[in-house]
Design a protein around this ligand. Sequence first.
Ligand SMILES: Cc1cc2nc3c(=O)[nH]c(=O)nc-3n(C[C@H](O)[C@H](O)[C@H](O)COP(=O)(O)O)c2cc1C
Length: 381
Amino acid sequence: MTYVSESAVHNSVNKVSTALFQTAYKYGVKKAVFAMTPDKAHEATMTFGRDSGKIAPLMWLLREMIDYTDPILETNVMGVDFDNPFGLSAGLDKNCDLPTVLEAAGFGFETVGSTTARPSEGNPRPWFHRLPQYASMMVHVGLANDGSEKVIRRVEKAYTQSKTMRLSVSIARTNDNLTRDDAEGIEDYRISMERAANRSHMIEVNISCPNTRVGERFVDPTNLDKLFDVLDTVTHDQPVLVKMPQDKAWPEFRDLLDVLVEHKVDGVTIANLRKDRTGLDIPENWEGNLSGMPAGPASDDLVERTYRDYGDKLAIAGVGGVFTREQAYRKIRKGSSLVMFVSSLMYRGPQNITTLKRGLADLLRADGFNSVDEAVGIDVD
Ligand SMILES: Cc1cc2nc3c(=O)[nH]c(=O)nc-3n(C[C@H](O)[C@H](O)[C@H](O)COP(=O)(O)O)c2cc1C
């Protein structure tokens, strides 16, 4: 395989087409999308992504135009080989409709879900409010999805067929009016874990969805321990990540990590949506929690502290407020081996994956690194 970075012609085409995509998104697509309500825009985007993924020549063209490949970006984390460390974070592709498009665009991996044992309609609409002044979305979906039986069947298909992109599946507890006690919640996770076993490259256990009826029952050391006592019994050969909450003081966050390192957990995804609205002008009647730029600082801080104290035991996937190459690089230098995003895809467009990959490769080379791995945690004493 010839890397785009090593082919003068392909590299130039890639630069020009990325710039064209950027302009078309900023002045065309985004304007049209932002003219719709966020809930409508979400549906339209998903339909477009799903339908265009079925047009093979279009996917070939997309890959030829914007997929940037470079050996410096290749990395191995938790035993999984990645073409690059960038992934789509959970929440956009809940039902596994986008793997073809995301792979053609050059994502290193995607996180499908979160999906739950029972299908769920999630919370009443609206699910979203845009906050462009903060480069953020208020999210109140509440884990709507087709149920893990169907979703993981699709994940397995994508996992089997994908050539370059890795598949992670995020599992969570069903958010509906059939939820009962914690034992029922644990069984809900266990069912999805069984379904996910050996049918994806990674599993992410989402304990921190802030938008559900029962609340975050497993963001508590005792309950978390009970949950993983059961999940540990499910036989599988994929690495397991845990999606961590964002609004926790370090001592409480550390208590959760102390539990996780005693179980079959290989990494942590830091972090979920931000709940704290301090300093932000948001209508009080808007339900939901914050993605994007406001989710960045606390995530960076928790990544750094986790790497300092648990870097030898847990791999870190950093997520929250990654829009630019500098923000991605900072997450890596603070200890993230993988970097994920959702909001910048919506605000900047699909070519942002290319901008981030090329930008990261440039920053790594400028600092004399030969790989992503060499830069992981470099800023942490
Ligand atoms: C539309 C939307 C839906 C989300 N749904 C989920 C979800 O189902 N499971 C989950 O673990 N995180 C979910 N998240 C949180 C994201 O995975 C991510 O942690 C958060 O948005 C911060 O990343 P960002 O700043 O790149 O958006 C969702 C985020 C958005 C924007």
